[in-house]
Design a protein around this ligand. Structure first.
Ligand SMILES: C[S@@+](CC[C@H](N)C(=O)[O-])C[C@H]1O[C@@H](n2cnc3c(N)ncnc32)[C@H](O)[C@@H]1O
Length: 252
């Protein structure tokens, strides 16, 4: 799914790493506290998968459409006026519909505080329908979303099992980033939460650009991120594991 901060482009590299932990430790439960567009968890093979996100829009859309993919046939590319009406009048529309219009129709998938981007005229003068592209992309993803438990809460409210080792893959808002609702995401508190999970016996792997010293980098790759058409940045995507020597030697 088109989603801000999506890992779709690097999923083919990080999924095998996560999968290697699932095999090496015979993991039965995989949890993603920050599932976003479900672009990593949809490719993971594990007996139980829980995809959680604090954003109700994405949770609504996944749950409604995987039960009833025909809902997507009801969608038409929104005009600018329709988009802002849906954005500004939450009670007027069904949740799944509002989620689809905002997630597929916002510029660069910036649902909160973003602007209309359902269609745009490209450099060669043609009109590109980003809304339809995002909708079809999501339709293709739907079969892979079956059997994923969907949670919708703050990651700190998740209760992981006490007697079973879980693989937890975290892709939180980046440390200089904005958290859900517009506030700053408290990264220091997040690292503390990871430590608590490792102490409870779970394996915690995190996508971030940098991490405290007790987290070991197990993979990195330079990629170009497009903040918008004019603003491109090269950044080094990394995966970290907490508990270093305890786990990291088992990676591929
Ligand atoms: C970088 S995105 C995840 C992208 C996802 N890995 C993908 O490939 O589509 C980070 C996600 O964290 C969610 N988030 C932010 N604060 C959160 C919190 N306190 N608890 C749970 N989820 C949160 C955001 O709603 C966002 O979907």
């Amino acid at each position: 799914m088109k989603y801000i901060g999506s890992k779709a482009k690097i999923a083919n590299e990080i999924v095998p790493i996560l999968q290697s932990y699932i095999s090496a430790y015979n993991i039965k439960q995989y949890v993603e506290p920050f599932a976003g567009g479900f672009n990593v968890i949809d490719k993971i093979q594990c007996e139980y998968r829980l995809g959680n996100d604090i954003d109700p829009l994405v949770c609504e859309l996944v749950e409604a459409c995987r039960e009833n993919p025909a809902l997507l046939d009801e969608l038409n590319t929104p005009s600018r006026a329709e988009y802002y009406d849906v954005r500004d009048n939450p009670d007027k529309y069904p949740c799944w519909y509002r989620a689809a219009v905002l997630l597929f129709g916002s510029y660069n998938a910036r649902v909160y505080g973003g602007c209309y981007g359902a269609t745009a005229v490209t450099k060669d003068g043609k009109t590109r329908n980003y809304f339809n592209e995002a909708c079809e992309n999501f339709r293709r993803q739907l079969p892979a979303l079956r059997n994923i438990l969907v949670g919708c809460c703050d990651y700190r409210e998740l209760r992981l099992p006490e007697r079973e080792r879980v693989l937890v893959y975290c892709d939180p808002p980046y440390s200089d980033g904005i958290g859900y609702g517009g506030g700053k995401f408290d990264t220091a508190q997040f690292w503390e939460w990871c430590r608590t999970q490792t102490a409870a016996g779970h394996i915690v792997i995190v996508s971030e650009y940098a991490a405290p010293d007790d987290f070991v980098c197990i993979w990195q790759h330079e990629i170009t991120t497009h903040l918008n058409n004019r603003n491109k940045q090269n950044r080094i995507e990394k995966l970290f594991i907490h508990g270093g020597a305890q786990w990291h030697k088992y990676t591929t």
